[in-house]
Design a protein around this ligand. Sequence first.
Ligand code: PAF
Length: 308
Amino acid sequence: MTNKNILIIGNGAIGTLWAHYLTQAGHHIHLISRRQSSQTIDHTLLQHDGELALNQQFRILEHQSTSTLNALANIDLVLVTTKSYQIKPALAPYIKQLQHCPIILLHNGMGAIDTLDLASRQPILLATTSHGALRQDAHTTLHTGQGKTMIGIAQGMSEHDAKMITAVLENALPPVTYCTDINQALWQKLAINCAINALTAINNCRNGELAQQQYQATINGVLSEISQLTQRLNIALNYQQLRDSVTEVIALTATNFSSMQQDIKYKRRSEIEYINGYVVRQAKALNLKTPFNEQLYLAIKVLESQFS
Ligand code: PAF
């Protein structure tokens, strides 16, 4: 496999996790950062047991600097790993120069692609991952949980090219599965986030606490609304599949705090608009009622409105 020039936009935990493994696989990584100036950094990846520390070097590019704009000419592939609401502003300065370059959007929730003003021929892939990662400092990322990644075409590219890109990712951090219908995987992950994220943020608890009886009516209500919606959208996912995957993720990530619990705890904007908010908007367009999702959505909006 030839080595590629890969631009990663978003230097949070998932961005640095991929930067690390793609560098290890022999690719040249350029990671755009809003907080750091352009430099080559030494990066350490700690495995979940804390025993294995792997070191790599990759290039940080300062957001919107001249050297960053110059580097775009040689980029073969872009991976966007920002929060869903940051995708539009993060891509905007670069999108014109990247119009022939495949861009992968990898984020929690759904709907960020609809916020972009894309040329119809712009190659875009959508992906979802269940890897767990935590940024410890500017040079260290903790790989908290081994997961899997699913990827598929959103627009503007052939299946052949999409499968070549899948192979690049698979070679770096397997397993990565190419999906002919990525929407199904995205809806499944969305349902998991809808059931877990807001509830853990509102109750300020770890994912595992959602196994308690008091949360079951809300989780079941959220998932039942989503399964009615997916049925109307012809997405092949039923209530039981969604319920089983939520139960599994709650058990597998029992000691973790969800990303939304962390966002609300540290008074940061959450991804609620792209999680329960996306479900509420999609359902409204089809005249479906989603009171459980709406209640969680509004509760998070109230918490966010209290941040200065
Ligand atoms: O957003 C998150 O935290 C994660 O996607 C998940 C699956 C809820 C696990 O914590």
